[in-house]
Design a protein around this ligand. Sequence first.
Ligand code: DGY
Length: 420
Amino acid sequence: MTMDLHEQARQILRQNDRGGYTLPTHGLYPYQWNWDSAFAAWGFATFDLPRAWDEIDTLLASQWDDGMVPHIIFHDPDPGYFPGPDVWSAGGDPATSGISQPPVAATLVRLIYEMNPDASRDRLAAVYPKLVEWHRWWHEVRCVHGPAAIVHPWESGRDNCPDWDIGMANVDGSKVGDYTRRDTGHVDPSMRPKKSEYDRYLAMVQFGKSVGWDQKRIVSEGPFLMADPGITFILLRAHHDLAVLGHALDQDTDEIEGWETTLRAALPMIWNDDLQGYDAKDLRTGKFARFLGSGAFLAYLANAARPELDTQLMRVWNAVPYGIPSADPEAPIFDARRYWRGPTWPVVNSLLAIGFRDMGRADLEVRLRRETAELIMKNGFSEYFDPTDATPCGGANFTWTAAIWLTWAGQDYEQAKGAA
Ligand code: DGY
């Protein structure tokens, strides 16, 4: 029997709810992930506002003393995931990983707050100082070279996108020892990163552990440091939204507005004229990655688009029928089903749509919403999709795909039934 897709989406959120935090999906990701959690909160806000705020509270409860909000919170040890808390050895109770993830929280908290300001004001006041501390950490620790830098591809949230290949080439993964991956036991290995990438991912974790997760040392001495256009634009937008929230709470927001101005002034550093687009940069060598992908297009979220980028966006988007791909379909490296090397991600589409809408580009927003909705109506709430033929990829019954159906993609399809 088919079920209303809105009800299916709500059920996915409830089924992935572990009491105050939400798994991205059962099996593949059995813990709380930072940016997944912020999207979960946005989804919950459509039918259970207090539960939405609980999610944000749980996420920020694991904030480090230096302000960082970690990318994984290992609430309940699960041998089905690797690398777990013992490999990270980053401490915390519950234990956490030792890196961060895209700071979408302030932007989504603003959307949640604006759904019902009266009912949300006290909850917002409780989380606001923690968000400020986290943004200060980004400014002081990760933005020391100008744009937002990442010390591990997992920090970008776009783990194996081609942007990182140039930096990964300098990481020695040959000495990490034996290990058993768990991700490839949950989903088709052809949709996941390769072993050569995992070896390097682990080498970076081992380095962090060797310096006691001293974040400043990891930035100055670690094996990998790249400017990430994706996080730069997400943070730029989030600084702006955080300042709006500060105004709503009658706070002084000068410091936040200063971070926003400084970060915007750094954007020319990640503009590659040869590529005619924003580009990731290896901060150890100064070299550009020379790949166009969804990180660059997140410029629309931060009101940082340029006419040349419009041309690139339409070229890349028109090359596939479903959504904006994570990598350029005309580049030889494009791999339609392999994680961040080609597939379209409903969750990234939802961020791009916020940007299109705010820029007054209703035509782009409507098209992206229709294509994203088609993927979900055809093939369910998958983690990501092949943009050439809509094949569902990665984990199924995925929290953030369900959340963006409820908040954005499904808005014209209140009564739609799933394909199953
Ligand atoms: C994974 O395990 O694939 C995650 O993306 C790491 O954060």
